[in-house]
Design a protein. Structure first.
Lengths: 254, 167
């Protein structure tokens, strides 16, 4: 080799590709590469590999994080108490947690409980979200409602709650136990958030009146109306939440 | 506890990006991430508070990945499968025809794939990669060199490596 620069080692070429060299050595290697075209092509190819990897996979980082990956979804911290609660049965529950189950649900895990659990979890996961609290925002409300109706297989409505001080922010599609489920999110003037979770009702269920469940700080009112189960979740007093649940119910039945 | 959860959660987008590139499909990738997170949560007492979470959790992902491969949850090749022959590197100007990079990466033995992704995609320092994978720095460098060259050959489409499974 008749070049005056010291020939770079293989490791140095990779460090060059990855931008890990100091300016002096980098400049030397550039000079060397200018008289070694096949090595220069190799280095360019490696750089391009890095660039293409970034281009191809970086968008994954912007995808919403799946529900089950949130720490709140972790069995031990969140779901486990609910699972135990389910096993304890309706009698103990009504005393301990304020559950009230009706007769047919006494001897097995009530399907509604699973729905409430999903709703509460989705509430805990998405309401603190600053950047992406919803998938589709209020500005596209018509599209949102059409889309969710299509996915749930029947008409879905996002009730307006401005009479109780809450405005719709938007909504998202979620996986539920009865197929696709929907979540609408609302916010009041102080930034307090509420979520309304909707899914198709379990096949063996008729209408059901309001029931209340509490998990940690989150209260959930849930009921079945026509072909859907609803769960309204919020971090507030039971009476305040009931007031809003009534408004939701009326909004849905207008 | 909340702050530690936040530190782990911060890593999820990176873990998912790496897992997607590593496994080549969304379902295996998210399974891998989920198992990694379960392990991380259960071993959290072993994590030294205040230290960098990234190498710690990526090394958990590495172990989880190897377990998935053992249990055949992920189909892959290893460099120990010596029957992989790669033709001599291209001698003329490579055509970067943007062939399917994901599938080209998938054709690499997983040991190479991990190294070139941790460096090229995750942009880790070489020493950090050695720590994450639990191998000497020299091994990182040789896998990097061979992995990149093999990827170049596959991408150039000169002659794709002939994969013959011994077993």
């Amino acid at each position: 080799m008749s070049n005056h620069c010291e020939q770079p080692t293989e490791d140095e070429l990779h460090a060059y590709v990855d931008g890990r060299l100091d300016a002096t050595r980098r400049a030397e290697i550039e000079v060397w590469l200018s008289s070694h075209p096949s090595e220069a092509a190799r280095v360019a190819a490696y750089r391009q590999q890095n660039d293409m990897m970034q281009a191809l996979f970086n968008p994954v980082m912007d995808e919403p994080i799946p529900l089950q990956m949130h720490p709140q979804a972790r069995r031990r911290t969140f779901a486990q108490p609910l699972r135990y609660a389910a096993m304890l049965g309706a009698m103990v529950l009504s005393g301990m947690l304020g559950w009230y189950m009706h007769g047919t649900e006494k001897n097995r895990q009530p399907p509604m409980l699973a729905m409430v659990k999903q709703a509460a979890l989705a509430h805990v996961v998405y309401t603190p979200e600053m950047l992406h609290p919803v998938e589709v925002g209020k500005d596209q409300e018509e599209h949102l409602v059409k889309w969710l109706s299509k996915r749930l297989g029947s008409t879905v409505t996002a009730p307006h709650l401005s009479n109780v001080g809450y405005e719709l922010i938007g909504g998202r599609l979620l996986p539920g136990n009865q197929g696709p489920a929907a979540q609408f999110m609302y916010q009041d003037a102080r930034g307090q958030r509420l979520t309304l979770y909707l899914s198709n009702k379990p096949a063996d269920k008729g209408e059901a009146a309001f029931r209340y469940a509490q998990e940690g700080k989150i209260g959930v009112f849930y009921w079945i109306d026509n072909d859907k189960s609803y769960a309204l979740s919020g971090e507030m007093e039971k009476t305040d939440l009931l007031h809003i649940a009534n408004a939701v119910y009326q909004g849905l039945n207008q | 506890m909340d702050s530690v959860n936040a530190i782990i959660t911060e890593q999820i987008p990176r873990l998912r990006r790496y897992a997607r590139a590593l496994t080549g499909d969304r379902i295996s990738a998210d399974d891998l991430v989920q198992d990694t997170l379960e392990r991380a949560w259960s071993k959290l007492h072993l994590w030294q508070r205040g230290s960098d979470m990234r190498p710690w959790i990526f090394s958990i992902m590495h172990n989880t990945f190897i377990n998935h491969i053992r249990k055949n949850q992920i189909v892959t090749t290893s460099i120990d499968d010596e029957a992989i022959n790669v033709s001599a590197p291209a001698t003329h100007e490579d055509s970067f025809g943007m062939r399917d990079l994901a599938s080209a990466i998938g054709k690499l033995p997983h040991d190479y794939r991990e190294v070139i992704l941790l460096i090229g995609l995750e942009q880790m320092q070489y020493e950090e990669v050695a720590e994450v994978l639990g191998i000497p720095l020299g091994t990182v460098m040789s896998r990097l060199s061979r992995g990149r060259e093999r990827l170049r050959t596959i991408m150039a489409g000169e002659s794709s490596p002939a994969l013959r499974r011994v077993k």
